[in-house]
Design a protein around this ligand. Sequence first.
Ligand code: ATP
Length: 437
Amino acid sequence: MPDVEDLMDKVVNLCKRRGFVFPSAEIYGGFRSTYDYGPVGVLMLRNVKDSWWRSMVQMRTDVVGLDAAILGPPAVWEASGHLANFTDPLVDCRSCKARHRADHLDDPSTCPTCGAVGTLTEARSFNLMFKTHAGPVEDAGAVAYLRPETAQGMFINFANVLTASRKRPPFGIAQIGKSFRNEITPGNFVFRTREFEQMELEFFVPPDEAGKWYEYWCNERYQWYVDHGIDPSLLRMRPHDADELSHYSSGTSDVEFAFPWGWGELEGVANRGDYDLTQHAQHSGERLEYFDQATNSRYVPHVIEPAAGATRAMMAFLIAAYDEEEVRGETRTVLRLHHRIAPYTVAVLPLSRKDELVGPAQRVLEALQPHWMCDYDETQAIGRRYRRQDELGTPYCVTIDFDTLNDGAVTVRERDSMAQDRVPIEGLVAYLTDRLV
Ligand code: ATP
């Protein structure tokens, strides 16, 4: 394993070189803190989101999905409290002009950029929402905001979803999508960006069950990262201190990951009480409650919210998976990604570009593609192609060689052990299916 100091550089470098993540607008000098996901990055990010959706929606009967609008009217953000409170305290250095979040300073009297003492301004509140105008006329009536979280889409659709889905508490609404925050200090690669993707669940429960469900979701969400390949030594659950809690929250715990610079939040699990539904009910005049026919009573459900970042999780998966080892005097770089997260599941590699191998290789590829995302590569020496797949984290390579023409079998190479197995082509899908559970 590389030193902790080197690890970040190596991961960022690999991301650019292999097509995971590119700095945005690079040919125009870049646009600070925005990133584009390249050919393998888009596959991996999609896998992170699909794995979340699979666990949170597909494998359950008590959660339904939603894809709400990104643009919203001010009324939503007035009710949610974001217009008044979604601010960070900002300080400027009078000497070097650097900007900092006051709550991130180790020493409030010293500028962390230039080291000057006593040059920081008083903190002022800076609203993190991106404001824009909908329609051609820039009048106040057309003000709109880009959502800074996906959560409000679930709250304002609570009654619609309840009626349409015929669910009853405890039940949840899940959503994955882009959110936008005008962060004062974006940085650490895709850890903190102004445009990012979130994966959020709002789980609505009878008020007296909130504590139980909060514990449940804290455990589930921690375990999700473990089940998808992050070693527990790199994870911890951190309950918020009383002074960190929002006024409406009776409990929040963060799932944290050991980033190379220290512990950082991957996801927050919050017990939000009835704050959100009550706020929107008051501001909209709509009833946002559940009528329980069994007891003939109405109540406002309480909400447990596990709120994760997809782009931030992808970065944690990359860092956790990055490994270097000595193999026959050479350094092998390998991403030990879980097979559900890895961009490609299988690579199909004909030993040579000769037609007699390319034909059978294409047929193997066509047999595998309906099941898994496959890469196909017929360039370079086979050893270099294995190394390339190791760097992409591809769990299995399937090689078609001249023996294949006689025995109808292929060589399957497993990424982590580099062990090779000879497998008949007709049994290949079953062989891989057994190992990709
Ligand atoms: P932080 O304290 O790091 O600013 P937060 O507590 O404001 O984060 P939440 O509002 O709870 O974050 O958002 C839920 C999740 O969304 C976070 O755990 C994180 O994974 C992701 N997230 C939030 N802001 C960003 C960002 N600027 N860039 C990337 N991911 C983000």
